[in-house]
Design a protein around this ligand. Structure first.
Ligand SMILES: CC(C)(COP(=O)(O)OP(=O)(O)OC[C@H]1O[C@@H](n2cnc3c(N)ncnc32)[C@H](O)[C@@H]1OP(=O)(O)O)[C@@H](O)C(=O)NCCC(=O)NCCS
Length: 150
């Protein structure tokens, strides 16, 4: 298993996973724009040359916002999401990011469980944040990476 920085060449595979995972998927263009923003950092997980997972963060000063976390269906529950996010947090921490936040659908127990396993705590709700279907978002924070032994 290789964890590495995402490049534009990865986007067809990334977007195929994105479409399979989300009812309102990001387009290839949105990912391409994000990759060009120097405040963003995206990684992919590759197994035998195939991209099986990806995620990214937008960092500003010491705060990171995590986006687009997905693992291909056939590869779930193998700790890939955990190892990938751990690698993302380590990378961000190396650039001085200390606290992290993200939003997750209130019903998404798998993702909430994953984030909790990394030290994130639910701190609030954004009412009707998501469409297709409409649903609240749980706002989660990891207040300081120092509190979580990577
Ligand atoms: C959420 C997601 C990224 C988890 O990836 P994963 O590689 O399967 O997760 P891991 O195997 O690393 O699991 C780590 C921990 O998360 C929790 N978890 C993961 N999947 C879970 C599930 N289906 N039910 C309950 N807890 C779950 C568990 O605590 C797990 O630890 P354990 O295996 O020791 O019990 C994956 O299910 C996914 O891509 N879902 C669709 C896209 C999505 O919802 N993304 C998040 C948007 S905010």
């Amino acid at each position: 298993m290789i964890i590495r920085k995402m490049t534009e060449a990865d986007l067809p595979q990334v977007c195929a996973i994105e479409k399979d995972c989300f009812s309102d998927p990001w387009s290839e263009e949105s990912f391409a724009k994000s990759l060009q923003d120097k405040n963003n950092y995206y990684i992919v997980v590759e197994i035998d040359g195939e991209i099986v997972a990806y995620c990214g963060y937008w960092g500003i000063v010491d705060e990171g916002h995590i986006y687009n976390v997905a693992v291909k269906k056939e590869y779930r529950r193998q700790r890939i999401g955990y190892r990938m996010l751990k690698a993302l947090l380590e990378e961000a921490s190396g650039r001085g990011v200390d606290s992290f936040t993200l939003e997750v659908r209130a019903s998404n127990q798998a993702a909430i469980g994953l984030y909790e396993s990394l030290g994130f705590k639910p701190v609030g709700i954004r009412k009707d944040f998501y469409a297709k279907p409409r649903e609240d978002a749980v706002i989660m924070w990891l207040e300081s990476i120092q509190q979580f032994p990577l």
